[in-house]
Design a protein around this ligand. Sequence first.
Ligand code: G1P
Length: 262
Amino acid sequence: MLPVVDKPLIQYAIDEARAAGIEQFCMVTGRGKTALIDHFDIAFELEATLAERGKQDALDMLHEEVMEPGSIVTVRQQVPLGLGHAIWCARAFIGDDPFAILLPDDLVLSQTPCLGQLADAYRATGGNVVAVEEVPMEQVHRYGVLKTGATERNLVEVKGLVEKPKREEAPSNLSIIGRYVLLPEVIGHLARMERGAGNEVQLTDAMAKMIGAAPFHGLKFEGRRFDCGDKAGYLEAQIAFGLVRPDLGPSIRHFLKAYSDA
Ligand code: G1P
């Protein structure tokens, strides 16, 4: 629910997915996180107050956020056993279809929404696609990292995957960011509950088992990614997303200049 400018991160994730044509959503949450699902419900009292006071702009913003009835569900991850386990918790929702994963703490500013770029790549390749970017070697231990094969334009063939490798063991510096389009077979691999890095059930390890069975690519997406799970990354996202807003950009530019001159 952390806001960037004036929207919570979860709203950016849902908007990005909607723009990619996705119509059914499942949020994997934990105990006490009811604010997430409440955010997408009708806020009856708030709407009545805004209408009474003639605040049409705020009302329009609220209406944009409301979801189709039945289009969003939540499942609970009862114990924090890792990203792979979180995805496995959504297995009934996923069923037998390819599906997308968005990790909302990775925020992407781009011309075409990042997940839309992945969906296009999925349609072109018919296999698994993950969004990737190069990171400094001293940061590879924070990511799932690709062993790369042939590269064709912005698509890199995935030959291997390692979750959170040590710098000296990393097969490259091409790292996965929180956007995936995956085939449902990954659930069968996750179901084995094998523990990996950090003693957690890792999505990266389950994805690695699918290499060779179907096409698997990393997409060097167009855009800039901000890690909102990192304090500096979160602040940078506020600035970058603020600067592109016509109503806020000029004043932000102005104060940034004042700070850099100081
Ligand atoms: C998760 C994944 C990792 C990926 C990263 C992207 O790690 O396990 O492979 O590179 O997200 O943000 P986490 O950030 O949960 O440690």
